[in-house]
Design a protein around this ligand. Structure first.
Ligand code: SAH
Length: 352
């Protein structure tokens, strides 16, 4: 049993079965043994590869979207360019490179990274060492100014709660331990009018998920956008809404079980974008990653990049482009949600 597994077992023995949200929080963010606290999880050698790690094309398209949104909003002379959960810092590095020639945008931005993991902060500081960047722990620690915010594969890493619908209320799925092994148990059924409203007319026995932490973060971002101006772009796997168990674990690029390897494998769940949209109290636009990237010009950009390349390098570029946009790869599973303030014009990238 790992050190973290013993800590979780002891807490369960002292307090009873633990919500999946608490379990996920400890596994991912325990201050000593959490997966993100200790690990170097992202990239070919890590447990998963994210869009910015696949190709510079991704960050370039986000950069174009940010500059365009900044112009649409009248080019505020000072704004916060913020990223939530920047991983290795590759996306922000690509955004800063792709937008460097736009002097108005570049002069007006102050870069902030919202990151809790000390080891990932170190990696981000290294890759971004040519730039002036500040770190904060939460969205609430950002300065009060217009924000242009991006979050890629951030919300899927935030804790979720799971419930099962019964005839007489909702049972929460919890993690229990019998001294050596972990297993899922159910609480007694309880009334929950929020869940009744979010998930109406379901048959009994269905599992549903909710991430109140994600909703709270979206609410804080939305409040800033409404008050100070700006936009946000959330990219992740998931759907507008849905039911079912999507809690999963990834280690060494393949799935492992959620109740083993505590602190040593990634735990995620699908994002329900409707919940983020409602919580933000902003105007929203929603599409798939494939549609968004196509509208931002990823194919034209890939063709330009391919011109001077050798055949092998062109093949790699074509494969990366395909991975990002193709329906059977990330193009359809990953979705994009944009937030903007009430009365602001629609943002590019979301035409039907
Ligand atoms: N955006 C990255 C990958 C993100 S992985 C990419 O595209 O490659 C999730 C990131 O969120 C990690 O950097 C992790 O340390 C960070 N993170 C997880 N929970 C967090 C929280 N509550 N607050 C801030 N950052 C968090």
């Amino acid at each position: 049993m790992t050190a973290l597994a013993s800590i979780i077992r002891d807490e369960i023995q002292a307090n009873g079965p633990m919500s999946i949200a608490r379990y996920m929080m400890l596994c991912l963010s325990h201050p000593e043994h959490g997966y993100y606290t200790t690990g170097y999880p992202i990239g070919a050698k890590g447990d998963f590869v994210t869009a910015p790690e696949i190709s510079q094309l991704f960050g370039e398209m986000i950069g174009i979207w940010l500059v365009n949104s900044w112009i649409e909003l009248g080019g505020p002379p000072e704004f916060i360019l913020a990223e939530l959960g920047p991983g290795r810092g590759t996306l922000m590095a690509d955004i800063l490179r792709a937008t460097a020639n736009h002097s108005g945008f570049s002069k007006a931005r102050r870069v902030y990274l919202v990151e809790t993991s000390p080891s990932l902060r170190d990696q981000q500081a290294t890759i971004l060492e040519a730039h002036d960047v500040s770190f904060v722990d939460t969205v609430n620690d950002l300065p009060n100014a217009p924000i242009f915010m991006i979050a890629n594969e951030f919300f899927d890493a935030l804790p979720i709660q799971q419930y099962v619908k019964t005839d007489i209320g909702w049972q929460e799925r919890c993690v229990d331990n019998n001294g050596s092994a972990f297993k899922i148990t159910l609480t007694a059924p309880k009334q929950n009018s929020d869940l009744d409203k979010i998930f109406p007319n379901l048959p009994t026995g269905i599992i549903v998920e909710r991430s109140t932490i994600s909703e709270n973060i979206s609410e804080s971002i939305g409040a800033r956008i409404q008050k100070y101006g700006g936009v946000a772009l959330f990219i992740d796997y998931g759907d507008w809404s849905g039911v079912g168990d999507t809690f999963q674990s990834v280690k060494g690029h393949s799935s492992s079980t959620t109740l083993e390897n505590q602190g040593q494998s990634d735990l995620t769940a699908h994002v329900q974008f409707q919940r983020l949209a409602i919580a933000s109290l902003c105007e929203t636009q929603f599409t798939t990653q494939g549609m968004f990237l196509e509208q931002m010009g990823i194919t034209e950009r890939a063709q330009t990049l391919a011109k001077p390349l050798s055949n092998t390098k062109t093949d790699t570029l074509i494969a990366s482009h395909r991975r990002l946009v193709h329906q059977q790869e990330m193009g359809e599973l990953f979705k994009v949600l944009a937030l903007r303030a009430t009365k602001q014009p629609e943002l590019i990238g979301f035409e039907k």
